[in-house]
Design a binder for this molecule. Sequence first.
Ligand code: NAD
Length: 285
Amino acid sequence: MGIVMKGADVANAMKEELLQRVAGLKEKGVSPCLAILRVGARPDDLAYERGAKKRMELLGIDCRTVELPRDIRQEIFEEKLKELNEDGRVHGILLFRPLPGHLNEEAAKRIVDPGKDMDGMCPANVAKVFAGDDTGYAPCTAEAVIELLDHYKIPLSGKRVVVVGRSMVVGRPLSMLLLKRHATVTICHTRTRDLPGVCREAEILVAAAGKARMITQDMVGEQAVVADVGINVDEEGNMWGDVDFETVQEQASHISPVPRGVGSITTSVLAKHVVQAAERQTDNE
Ligand code: NAD
């Protein structure tokens, strides 16, 4: 039976270090601050916002929400984003996406100050992640997987890692973060031939496809490490990962559950980014 990799254990370990860094900033008179920019009130955004606020509060990081009406015009929306860029008290910005269809998300990605872009969405941060330059910010979920594997002391160098999913928020940036750590990475997607065969070869398998329980026992090699990023909610409101946990656990060496796995680490990575941003902005003054 594989060891269950619990997100809360990772978040708790991160908490100790972050509390010290926040205290260090406060000694210098700096109060790290995250601004959440939310357009409308999607239940998913509200749920994430509650979790993020709780985590920031626990760590002594200020968190304010700017809520904009769902039907806001592009110009006004862009103005609000620029105001946050220019506000010296705000160190990091989190913009909830997807934006309502009438808003231009690509434009927003180009407006946000790369130094405040806490979820690694702007082109400058994407480029840094792809170049293996860690002076930028990666998407929080992708980095949360690295935090999970590091916490459980899973070596990455030289390992055969298969990532299922190639989105710009999870699969691709995560693959680049793994590559920076010298893993041998295979990226799979909907057109991959013989997905089960490719997955079986993995020493570390990361599922980020958004398909409930699609990774079945026959797709996992003996003693593989399995990280599940998927969040799939069925009609009854139950949450499932991309991995068929019960059967896969039998042969994995380590496995992360859903819920209480990778998803419980994301807000800690967000907090880490805010602290990093506050430190960097203070050093640059
Ligand atoms: P996405 O839909 O943008 O991308 C999914 C990717 O998986 C695509 O590249 C697609 O090619 C691939 N894929 C889909 N079905 C596949 C299949 N049957 N076989 C092989 N590849 C397949 O999704 P996303 O935004 O990357 O999110 C992926 C999952 O992670 C979702 O369940 C999402 O809810 C979850 N997620 C979790 C967190 C978190 O905090 N834990 C954050 C973001 C996303």
